[in-house]
Design a protein around this ligand. Structure first.
Ligand code: NAI
Length: 377
């Protein structure tokens, strides 16, 4: 099978998420890194792309140059990853979809609900794939959890409790560091800080595993470091369309918590627990029974979890391979085999609607508000 051609925008040298995309896209030999506009500094982007093996004529200075250079090529890229800062996602994603490219956009997909709905419409109209990198949903044991829920192994899901709380912005003496400060500045980050950055991963995961959609929410936002305009801590209660009750805590000042993403699913006949820092184990307790550890790679897993387990049982697998699982599903989707778990533009706009709902609720002292995008009400 010939490799698909892949290009990336952003993710330049020293970026946080760039390496995970490069490892993920190339882990299975499905994609060939062919084109890129990797940096906001044109020369640095061109130079770095070439050190990564991209031909000089496809090492672009910016995304407009990449769009112009790729769109009429017979061997144009099959997939474009958008891994730039949040405020640029909408413009770049829309332009590439309209030109007939498949796109994998980083989260949050857009800055507003209206932009998110526009992306959903453009993807529908062009028939192109617009995936969103909710990569935690591609860990094998998260897929196992979802498959167990779908198979009825927990009965009806009553309650989901999830946290994405770390302590990496908890040092008040570091609050003015430009790499930290922009995240809490509305001019750079938009309407929400920590909830839009990390909370939406947890919210997506809750819906993904419970196989349900968030419908209403009530939020309490706090800026625990007084110089911050946007929240660095949020508690969000939510209700899903199918009746599932949700509780979500996200924070960046929880000193001592590292990555801090975990989720518990409580059903009528059993409970599950998964944590991103121990991603290869899923803890399962049937009602009235003993707690069990389900290991990635063991026999008897659901097919989706088995398919995405790369190395044999007890060998660690981690974040870049979860991103690689997103690329595996994308490769299948580009070749016409649609993958059910692949997070898409609808997931992206649902997150934006939840962010705006949480901001509105927090301003109204936790009033319950509709968390759905207008297009899905
Ligand atoms: P970063 O600031 O570390 O790197 C951004 C990169 O994009 C830099 O190389 C910069 O030069 C380049 N860039 C900026 N503007 C550009 C433009 N107009 N054209 C081309 N390149 C441009 O940012 P980081 O942390 O890598 O985040 C990037 C995106 O990835 C964000 O949207 C963030 O929310 C998301 N992210 C997602 C994660 C996940 O788990 N899915 C984890 C970390 C980040």
């Amino acid at each position: 099978m010939t490799k698909l051609k892949w290009g990336m925008i952003g993710g330049g040298e020293g970026s946080q998420i760039g390496p995970a995309h490069r490892l993920g896209a190339q882990a299975d030999g499905l994609f060939e890194f062919t084109a890129g506009a990797l940096d906001h500094r044109a020369d640095a982007g061109r130079a770095y792309a070439q050190t990564l093996g991209i031909a000089p004529d496809r090492a672009y200075g910016d995304w407009q140059e990449m769009l112009a250079g790729e769109k009429d090529r017979a061997d144009r890229v099959d997939l474009v990853t958008v891994a730039t800062p949040n405020a640029t996602h909408f413009q770049i994603t829309k332009a590439f979809l309209e030109a007939g490219f498949n796109v994998l956009c980083e989260k949050p997909m857009t800055m507003t609900v209206e932009e998110g709905e526009e992306i959903v419409r453009v993807a529908e109209k062009t028939g192109k794939i617009c995936a969103v990198n909710y990569c935690y949903s591609a860990y094998p044991m998260v897929r196992q959890a979802r498959a167990m829920v779908r198979a009825g192994e927990l009965g009806k899901v009553r309650l989901v409790v999830t946290n994405f709380s770390h302590g990496h912005h908890g040092d008040a003496t570091d609050a003015d560091n430009p790499r930290v400060r922009w995240r809490y500045d509305p001019a750079m980050a938009g309407v929400s800080g920590q909830f839009a950055d990390c909370g939406i991963h947890a919210l997506h995961m809750a819906g993904f595993i419970a196989d349900d959609e968030v419908q209403t929410l009530s939020a309490d936002f706090a800026s625990t470091i007084s110089s911050r305009v946007l929240e660095d801590d949020a508690m969000v209660n939510f209700r899903m369309a199918g009746g599932t009750v949700g509780r979500l805590w996200t924070s960046s000042v929880a000193i001592g918590r590292q990555h801090g993403f975990d989720i518990q699913i409580f059903g009528e006949t059993g409970g599950l627990r998964w944590a991103s820092e121990q991603p290869n184990q899923l803890i399962y307790t049937p009602v009235g029974g003993r707690t069990q550890i389900i290991e990635k790679g063991e026999g008897g897993l659901h097919a989706d979890a088995q398919r995405l387990s790369r190395v044999s049982i007890a060998h660690p697998e981690g974040f870049p391979l979860a991103v690689a699982n997103i690329y595996c599903d994308l490769a299948d989707a580009i070749r016409g085999e649609l993958r059910d778990g692949l997070p898409n533009a609808a997931d992206g706009v649902r997150s934006m609607a939840a962010v705006y709902a949480a901001v509105a609720s927090a301003k109204e002292h936790g009033a319950w508000v509709d968390a759905r995008p207008p297009m899905f009400r």
